[in-house]
Design a protein around this ligand. Sequence first.
Ligand code: GAP
Length: 490
Amino acid sequence: MANDTNKFQAIISHCKEYGFIFPSSEIYDGLQAVYDYGQMGAELKKNIKDYWWKSMTQLSDENIVGIDAAIFMHPTTWKASGHVDNFNDPMIDNKDSNKRYRVDHLIEGFADTLATDGKEKESNELITSMEALIAKDDFAGLKKLIEENKIKCAVSGTCNWTDIRQFNLMFSTEFGSTVSADDEDNKVYLRPETAQGIFVNFLNVQKTGRMKIPFGIAQIGKAFRNEIVARQFIFRMREFEQMEMQFFIRPGTQKEWYEKWKATRLEWHKSLGMPSQKYRYHDHVKLAHYADAACDIEFEFPIGFKELEGIHSRTDFDLKQHQEYSKKKMQYFDNDVDPATGKPFGNYIPYVIETSIGLDRMFLAVISQAYTEEDLSTEDKKDDRVVLKFPAKLAPIKMAVLPLTKKDGLPEIAEKIIAECKPHFRCFYEEKDSIGKRYRRMDALGTPFCVTVDHQSKEDNTVTIRFRDSMEQERVPLNRLKEIILEAIV
Ligand code: GAP
């Protein structure tokens, strides 16, 4: 088994070789931190998306509906949300290389090196000092911390740093012919989060859906951030997808709902068979401008424990801001009776608990967990395989049908199987190469079931199912095949 750094590189190569992820516009040497999903990746991504959407909008015990808002929004949205003024990251430039770094990433990178060198204590102390300084927006202190630790630029190898400055992460563009690009007040932004599309539609959904608090609005969509240090493959991208849900609640109940959603979201990850020991919560020290509590659900990627999902108690910040900037009331009338007063709760601006997960990061978590190198050598023969042990419900291809030979009527039986199963799940047909090679290719794509049609199939209407993870085979009646696979992939 490759070590973790090698494993990460091996996963990136595997994604490219087997059609999961390609660098964007690769023929022009790619575009930094932008990626395209290939034929296998698009299927896996869609399956993750569908699983999230279904858990939120169909299976949840809570009342949650989904929307699909536009990427472009009225520019005032981003003033109201605070993104124009506050969606900044502290940056520092190296004067010799002119390379710009996000301060927290620069320090974290150095802390990782310390930890790798066995200096765990120093590494932890450095992160603690950094978090305390970030919480106070103490840029001079952060610069001192970088200098005291002699943190160098990876390109120039020097410690010749500028002062730390704030850098806004939103991309902007012109809109039609009515807005001038120089007109700061009318810039149109590519949304940096999908959440605001939900907030501005709060009353539309509440009224037309006759929604009663507590209720949620879910959305999946693209978001864009001009990340300065965009690295680590699809972990940090400039164009990515979010799966967000805003849960609208009565003011004063936010603590209890925050805890509930923290637990519910972690359970969702585990329901995919992802191991619990690979997850942990990380409470935020420095809260975003809109939050009164926030935590990350971190996953242990091959590059270490990193944020996968955020749970934020956003108070009534966003709705209040939109009410102020739009001059439209964002209130809800709650006619439930308050036991304390014996009267209805009446009008209020709801509080919000947000769950926000990056779809691409979830993809990376799933594929990192699935990627397995196995040594299958026996005394007589060296052998190994790379297998993607995806949860069957997420696998891009559910079933491969492989006739043992290209003749004797076996392909015809295989085609019949495919015709019967393809309306229900994604099937794949392959008759080229030896059966062993075909199995290995399906392992590398993460296909949980390979069905082999052989000469016995003609005699007794049975086929063998070969299970990806155990590599065991079982002979089953043809008329049971579809049900067996369907049971395994729900
Ligand atoms: N609406 C709240 C919000 O956007 P966030 O913590 O900035 O909060 C939420 O982002 C999630 O979106 C993160 O947990 C991460 O999974 C994903 N995400 C954020 N920036 C990303 C990037 N540059 N590339 C890929 N995923 C990203």
